[in-house]
Design a protein around this ligand. Structure first.
Ligand SMILES: *[C@@H]1O[C@H](CO)[C@@H](O)[C@H](O)[C@H]1NC(C)=O
Ligand SMILES: *[C@@H]1O[C@H](CO)[C@@H](O)[C@H](O)[C@H]1NC(C)=O
Ligand SMILES: *[C@@H]1O[C@H](CO)[C@@H](O)[C@H](O)[C@H]1NC(C)=O
Ligand SMILES: *[C@@H]1O[C@H](CO)[C@@H](O)[C@H](O)[C@H]1NC(C)=O
Length: 319
């Protein structure tokens, strides 16, 4: 009898804990639902994800995985729904690859991080617009400008979202390509963020007068040794990868050999690299706000093309 009571109490308590997490989740992310049916569907997915997160973190506690998960603003979405939000597009043309450092006798340290050097601008939030490509390009340009001039410049992602044309494989909030965005920044340039602030929706292209142009871009060969050399000696790299596993990422080094290497659907900025407990990693700036992951950043395994990270590493050359 006593045991039964205890069990009932435990079940009630567990349900309440999940409901409380749900209430907190809705509050934290300002999510509301039009009706109870819709909310029930979302709550079920959230509960399923919560179970998976707990199972994953148990593996972490047992030392079987190298990263932890948590509830994020995406936890009410199914894996397929989350994947559908990731709209990065690879541009197949104009892909001359080169490593300008080849042939130099380089010193490449074992660890290096532009964030520690104060050369990375603040984490931004692309919100529910498939504009990761614009955020990766602008983050790279802002960092390279800071490295070159020791001055902070904040540039407009919205300008790229509204104005980068289809001929460059740019589709506003429906995705875009890194190379296409560089081409637009070479040809036309982008406004300052303060002159053309982010709205998170695709709008009519506005013509601004004060525009920041780049000279060219460099696309690296597909290998992580080139990436390491260039991060340490040139600056952060805009890269693409498959980000399906980032839905509930919390901390640690993302390492999963099942992550596809040829289905890149997100773009981000590699700002540094290091080694922890004999695992080499990249340190990466994301554009999902500073509440996500490690204050807006994540780490991912380095050296085995995890999630296709070596496919398209590139950086801008400034005037
Ligand atoms: C509940 O909301 C969903 C999504 O907005 C909608 O598709 C559905 O028709 C609504 N159902 C009712 C009963 O109002
Ligand atoms: C390259 O650098 C290393 C270490 O700085 C030095 O020992 C070596 O002699 C250099 N090689 C050449 C060809 O300059
Ligand atoms: C670069 O800027 C920072 C912050 O404004 C300043 O503290 C630092 O002294 C500057 N460094 C150089 C080399 O001018
Ligand atoms: C912006 O400039 C382009 C090219 O000069 C022109 O075609 C377009 O009409 C202009 N748009 C607006 C809103 O003024």
């Amino acid at each position: 009898m006593k045991l039964e009571l205890f069990c009932i109490f435990a079940v009630l308590f567990a349900v309440r804990a999940e409901e409380q997490r749900w209430a907190q989740f809705k509050l934290d992310n300002s999510i509301t639902f039009s009706n109870a049916t819709e909310e029930a569907v979302r709550y079920n997915i959230f509960e399923e994800n919560l179970k998976k997160i707990e199972e994953h973190n148990k593996l972490y506690d047992e030392g079987k995985v190298s990263w932890t998960q948590s509830v994020t603003e995406f936890t009410h979405l199914s894996a397929d729904e989350f994947s559908a939000l990731l709209t990065y597009k690879i541009r197949k043309t104009d892909t001359v690859r080169m490593n300008l450092l080849e042939g130099f006798n380089l010193s490449v340290p074992e660890t290096f991080d532009w964030k520690d050097q104060g050369k990375v601008t603040k984490v931004k939030n692309q919100k529910s617009c498939g504009s990761c490509w614009a955020f990766a390009i602008i983050a790279a340009t802002e960092s390279h400008y800071l490295i070159k001039t020791n001055q902070t410049i904040m540039l407009s992602e919205q300008n790229l979202v509204d104005c980068c044309p289809r001929k460059y494989s740019c589709f506003g909030c429906d995705g875009g390509s890194l190379i296409g965005a560089w081409l637009y920044m070479m040809e036309t340039g982008v406004a300052l963020e303060s002159d053309y602030p982010y709205t998170g929706n695709q709008g009519t292209c506005q013509n601004k007068t004060k525009l920041f142009k780049i000279k060219k871009y460099v696309l690296l060969p597909k290998n992580e040794v080139s990436m390491k050399e260039n991060v340490a000696n040139v600056g952060p790299l805009a890269v693409s990868l498959n980000a399906d596993l980032l839905q509930n990422y919390n901390s640690g080094i993302l390492d999963d050999s099942t992550c596809p290497t040829n289905k890149n659907n997100h773009a981000v900025l590699v700002v540094g690299y290091g080694n922890k407990k004999s695992t080499d990693y990249w340190h990466v700036k994301n554009s999902w706000g500073s509440n996500w992951g490690e204050s807006g950043y994540f780490k991912i395994k380095r050296g085995s093309n995890t999630c296709g990270i070596q496919q398209e590493a590139q950086y801008p050359v400034l005037y």
